[in-house]
Design a binder for this molecule. Structure first.
Ligand code: SF4
Length: 608
């Protein structure tokens, strides 16, 4: 199949048996690759109600048809599993250089199943695939282990690795790669830890078949040329995602003190230009990227070198926990990376604990004397370590805010900022109804990257509750994740303003199949609906109430900042859901209707 590695690698960790199977053509036709493969294999292969940490759950690592080819940012890899954090669907995307090597080893997906009885790492070199003893690496940080594996096998090998967070089954553990890239959300690293797989080491030398080489070259060159000529290139390269920090602060979207406000008094210390000036050493990009947004930094007060922090980490481990010094945020970022936990969920849990402390719901007795005040950077560092090792208060916080609040009770559920059990990423949504809806309905929980609709709120009126806003959220949800299906980065389209139609001839030249964006959006819609049915299948009481946002966003207007006094009304939350379900073709409880599944060609798949 043109554009594909051609094989799926199945690794049974219980038996140690490793097999290669041809990539099914019908799955490539209907789900294309990447996130689409993940959704298909999760739905069809993992039995209903499987324990996320048990042998029946699978970790599915997939490339897309653009991965590893000369297309801007074609280095995206998808990790899909049943989430130990939410109990539903999880998919996390990671950049860097890993996906190209997987593809060059002739692979479209690697599926880890079963559980090993001792720590192992998976070694792949073209057709060779072996499980090797990893006892010497267990308990060690991701950075140290990645370096040692690269020293042992060579720089051409790429490494994905978990840290103590994954080993200790923290439900929001990450998988790390290239000393700073993460598949962060939903606990994909936890599942890898449960399977006792410390790392994947991969290198390939095979070529990827392409349908029309001349047309591929031409289409690829057109995309790179458009990137190079974009006016957005320079600012994006200078600041990466931190370009939005000051904007979020100004418009009241910067999460502050556990999302109690959207503007931060000390925000200026975290802005992109300040970070560039104070700590950035160099720019760092993923495979084939003409617009490297990664910022490699040196926080001199800690002598800490780290890739980042990027915007989400600045929001969640900066303003949201009251830190205004970018060096402190860089240090917190490094600790999360090395210990292998998601910076967004960690920041959300720590901010919630700080608010509990402020309100007297957690006392010095509970924290072992730790002063859990907003702005105490040492408390943040200590809690990150405790979470990853599940010690002290870290045991409670490692469970995520939903479970932690259920345990503490006494009203703390109201300011546990999550949807479906996943901590909300770094946009305060007190008065931004499209972004609020995007969080409410995101297929993994409160994550921003499927539908980054906050700019649309600002454009059309942030408090408006109208069908056009809902339609925009749905369009983004069907369209944006398609980049994770194709295996390329979306940010050249988002940030450099590259015409998305330039991808159409590239995809056609590579695969030999002409697909318009309309065709691709239909695939996006199919995946979205399949995932929605998956939630219903896995969780007995799943439905409308699972789509509600944190109470804070419709009950407690911020006291300060641009959005002071503003709030979305509860009745508008319900109206948003009504319109959303109707436009999606779902019933009033949020279940896709039979005719919707029929139209998308997945009615039989779902029935089976
Ligand atoms: Fe990677 Fe950033 Fe380039 Fe996207 S824009 S490919 S995330 S470096």
């Amino acid at each position: 199949m043109n554009g594909y590695g051609g094989s799926i690698l199945r690794v049974n960790l219980t038996t140690g048996k490793i097999t290669r199977q041809p990539t099914p053509e019908n799955v490539a036709r209907d789900f294309i690759g990447g996130r689409g493969f993940g959704a298909y294999f999760l739905f069809t292969e993992v039995p209903a109600h499987a324990d996320p940490l048990g042998p029946e759950n699978k970790l599915i690592i997939s490339t897309g048809p653009l991965s590893g080819l000369l297309i801007p940012g074609a280095g995206k890899c998808d990790f899909t599993t049943k989430s130990p954090l939410t109990g539903g669907y999880a998919s996390a995307s990671m950049g860097g250089l890993l996906t190209a090597e997987i593809k060059y080893a002739g692979l479209d997906s690697i599926i880890l199943e079963g559980i090993s009885d001792h720590p192992v790492y998976l070694y792949i070199e073209d057709d060779k695939a072996e499980l090797r003893d990893a006892r010497e690496f267990w308990g060690r940080g991701t950075i140290d282990v990645e370096k040692e594996l690269k020293d042992r096998f060579g720089e051409e090998f790429q490494v994905a690795v978990i840290g103590p967070g994954g080993e200790n089954l923290v439900p929001y553990a990450s998988i790390n790669h290239d000393y700073g890239r993460q598949a962060g959300r939903g606990g994909v690293g936890t599942v890898m830890g449960a399977k006792r797989v410390k790392a994947i080491v991969v290198h390939g030398t095979k070529s990827v078949p392409v349908a029309d080489i001349a047309a591929y070259r031409q289409a690829g060159m057109a995309l790179f040329k458009a990137c190079k000529e974009s006016e957005g290139l320079k600012p994006w390269q200078n600041y990466g995602t931190t370009i939005v920090t000051s904007w979020c602060d100004e418009v009241g979207a910067l999460p502050t003190h556990n999302f109690s406000a959207g503007s931060f008094e000390g925000g200026a210390g975290l802005y992109g230009p300040v970070m560039r000036e104070r700590i950035v050493i160099t720019d760092k990009g993923c495979f084939g990227c003409p617009s490297p947004c990664g910022k490699y930094s040196h926080a001199r007060s800690y002598d800490t070198r780290v890739e980042g922090p990027e915007y989400e980490t600045i929001g969640m481990l900066g303003s949201n926990v009251g830190l205004s010094n970018i060096e402190d945020v860089a240090r917190a970022n490094y600790l999360c990376d090395d210990l292998g936990i998601d910076t967004i969920s960690a920041g959300g849990c720590i901010a919630w604990a700080m608010e509990c402390y402020e309100k007297g719901l957690l006392t010095p007795e509970d924290t072992n004397g730790l002063e859990l005040k907003f702005g105490n950077e040492q408390a943040v560092f200590t809690l990150i370590r405790q979470i990853a090792t599940r010690q002290g208060l870290g045991e409670l916080l490692s469970q995520g805010v939903k479970r932690a609040a259920a345990k503490i009770g006494r009203g703390s559920e109201k300011f546990a900022i999550h949807v479906k059990g996943m901590e909300q990423s770094a946009y305060a949504t007190h008065n931004a109804t499209a972004m609020l809806l995007a969080y409410m309905t995101c297929d993994v929980g409160a994550h921003h990257n499927r539908s980054w609709a906050i700019t649309y709120d600002l454009q059309v009126g942030r408090e408006l509750v109208v069908p056009e806003k809902v339609a925009r959220v749905i369009w983004l949800q069907n369209f944006r994740p398609m980049f994770d299906v194709l295996g390329a980065c979306r940010l050249q389209w988002v940030e450099l303003g590259i015409d998305r139609d330039l991808y159409v001839p590239a995809l056609a030249a590579i695969t030999g199949i002409h697909r318009t964006w309309e065709d691709l959006e239909k695939v996006g819609d199919r995946i979205w609906n399949l995932n929605r049915v998956y939630w219903f299948r896995e969780i007995q009481d799943f439905g409308r109430q699972w789509d509600l946002p944190a109470q804070r966003f419709y009950e407690e207007p911020p006291k300060t900042g641009k959005t002071a006094g503003q709030i979305t009304r509860r009745e508008d939350v319900e109206r948003l859901l009504d319109m959303y379900y109707e436009q999606r073709g779902w019933d009033s409880n949020g279940m896709p209707k039979p005719e919707t599944l029929e139209k998308l060609g997945i009615a039989d798949l779902v029935k089976a």
